[in-house]
Design a protein around this ligand. Sequence first.
Ligand code: KG4
Ligand code: ZN
Length: 381
Amino acid sequence: MATRAVLFRRSRNKVKISGHCDVIVEDMMMTTVDQSIATWVPGPILGIETSCDETAASVLAADGTVLSNIITSQHAVHRRFGGVVPELASRAHIESIEEVSSEAVQQSRLAWSDRTGIAVTQGPGLAGALLVGVNYAKALAYVLNIPMVGVSHLEGHIASAWLKDPAFPLPCVVLIVSGGHTHLYYKEMTGHYRLLGSTRDDAAGEAFDKGAQLLGLEYPGGPAIDRLARQGNPQAIIFPRSYLKNGSLDFSFSGLKTALLYKLQVMPERSRAAQVADLAAGYQEAIVDVLVQKSFAAVRTSGARALAVVGGVSANSRLRALLQQRAASEGLQLSLPPLAYCTDNAAMIAAAGRQALLAGLRAPLDIDAQASRVSSFTHAM
Ligand code: KG4
Ligand code: ZN
């Protein structure tokens, strides 16, 4: 069995894409070193995800079809605190991981012993929360005597774009929009990603969550703003869009949150209540407008054939509608995962793990959670 078989090389260069603009490009390459690639006969895989506030398990069939996708959300635990409390998240994962995993196996109509591999989120995420999944996966891998791989949560989100349509074309621009990330990648093939742009401050999901908090909406803020905005007029109250310098594929959302704060400060209490749906709609529009513009600019300048938008914020109904309209008018292929694969889930982790196992990666039983592993993909194992 191969161990520590893969090394990531990263370089950060300023390059010109199609002569249009300077962009920062980060290369992430998987390179096999001094170990042979262990063969893995594809079979059913169990995926486990515990990086934040969802405990999730999923079983994929040998051909990558999703057989089960179980998600237990901790929103009720964290709601009264207005955000995720790490210690409570870890405890809640411990309480539900066994049940969630058993349910995933049961729904797949396979036996525990049919599994041939385990994929677990190794990072990025909350250290204590990740540890629960990683240790559970290690115990299972040991008991069942099957290989396991540690998967980057980001690579999981990217893999979600191919879950429904494995033939979705490459090269492709992938926008990851979640609570922690707003990253634009150029994906040429599995394991090869170039970072085209990312947020310089808040992630898009964070902008939704903080905006919702200012508007007095419940946690998590993204779905709350999405629902309320449907009753509002996105043109009634205009919020600033931050495009940064001409041609930049980076994002910035912190000014938007400040703009909302200032608007609320000068609004009398009564008109605030009367206009809350318009505020939500205008605020949401400013976020999704920039996401759509920059995603299509990335496709244009990189010469990609397709666009995939993944992560929790890709569940946003206004973002989905605008992306679909624009893709249709430009004749571009668009992958928007079904809602169950947008927010955190384990089917995406199992899918990324399946690719890693096929590439010969194996995690030793002493792997650790890697809370701040943000920019590299499937880990050195
Ligand atoms: O991918 P995800 O479940 O977890 C992370 O990896 O962060 O994303 C969670 C984020 C939260 O910020 C949440 O408010 C946002 O996704 N979100 C949404 C919607 N559903 C979830 N944002 C806008 N509209 C939605 N419908
Ligand atoms: Zn996520």
